[in-house]
Design a protein around this ligand. Structure first.
Ligand code: PGA
Length: 303
């Protein structure tokens, strides 16, 4: 059906007044212009909408149906206008955030604080590893991303907001726990628990170890930071992890940060989006909030 909103508005005015003259006065149009628009609408819908009986205008059965739909369309349009207005004012809105798995240890806390200020906004939080996140960026599936070092070969806007120290951890029973200034070479004979290929932590570890000339004994691969922490606690080996993932274990002394020379390795957390992306009001508010308030909310364990 090829009809326009303008035709519907004109139809609605005639239907309310049951008069072409009064409708044209209300709409500040000439009467022939009103008649022409109604005629075109009737042609488009294929049924007569008005009938003239003894000089009086009546709605046909089709006209009555059309009037009902006109009201519904009008209601929907005002609803849409209201929703969009509320979005501008942050009274409503939905945000899609994708975070690297390591960041899920603090991002929900950030969102919880923002939500107390804007209770009607909603979020979907997708947690994936670095490789998954780069795919989400490439396909523009997400509004904002929180990650470690952003890729250099994509056109991005990336701002750092918090240090991200990475440390070597061991179970409290490990003999190295008592040593200070542990030389990096001492790690050569240790087994490391490592994240899966595609993980940012994994690639950082490979790079740092290569720089330090380290190639530790056969690593054990696990695709979850939680599994790695459990494995280290159980004595399977050591691991290199972000301190943000270790808050509870360090507080409960279930894991220990080893005092290895050259560690912690300092990275930063970045909030990232594609260059040219039009951020919604919620996305802008979250970004500003992350950049200015994270460090007052997220506790970084001292290492
Ligand atoms: P990951 O990423 O969770 O994929 O290991 C962490 C990071 O890139 O810093």
């Amino acid at each position: 059906m090829n009809i326009t909103l303008r035709q519907l508005r004109i139809f609605d005015a005639v239907a309310r007044h049951l008069s072409f003259t009064q409708a044209s006065e209300e709409l500040h149009l000439t009467q022939p212009a009103v008649s022409m628009q109604v005629k075109q609408l009737e042609q488009a819908v294929g049924v007569p909408l008005f009938e003239l009986v003894g000089k009086r205008v009546f709605l046909t059965e089709g006209g009555q149906e059309m009037q009902r739909y006109c009201r519904l369309i009008d209601q929907l349009l005002s609803e849409a206008a209201q929703v969009l207005e509320e979005m501008k004012e942050l009274a409503r809105g939905h945000l899609r955030i994708t975070v690297v798995s390591t960041a899920n240890y603090f991002v929900p806390r950030l969102w919880a604080t923002l939500r107390t200020r804007h209770p009607s906004v909603s979020v979907s939080l997708d947690v994936t590893n670095r490789a998954g996140l780069i795919r989400a960026l490439a396909s523009n599936e997400t509004d904002l991303i929180i990650m470690g070092q952003p890729p250099e070969d994509m056109d991005l806007v990336a701002q750092s907001f918090m240090p991200n120290p990475l440390v070597v951890i061991a179970p409290p029973s490990h003999p190295l726990c008592k040593m200070r200034g542990i030389p990096v070479e001492r790690l050569r004979s240790e087994t490391f628990l490592v994240r899966e290929q595609g993980s940012g932590t994994r690639s950082l570890m490979e790079r740092v170890f290569a720089e330090k000339g380290l190639d530790p004994a056969t690593p054990i691969e696990m695709s979850s930071t939680e599994a790695i922490k459990q494995g280290v606690e159980a004595g399977l080996g050591l691991a290199l992890l972000s301190v943000h993932t270790l808050d509870m274990e360090l507080a409960l002394k279930r894991l220990v940060v080893l005092k290895v020379q050259g560690f912690p390795v300092l990275r930063y957390w970045y909030i990232v989006h594609r260059a040219g992306k039009r951020l919604s009001a919620v996305a802008q508010a979250f970004k500003a909030f992350v950049l200015t308030e994270t460090q007052g909310i997220v506790h970084v364990p001292k290492v």
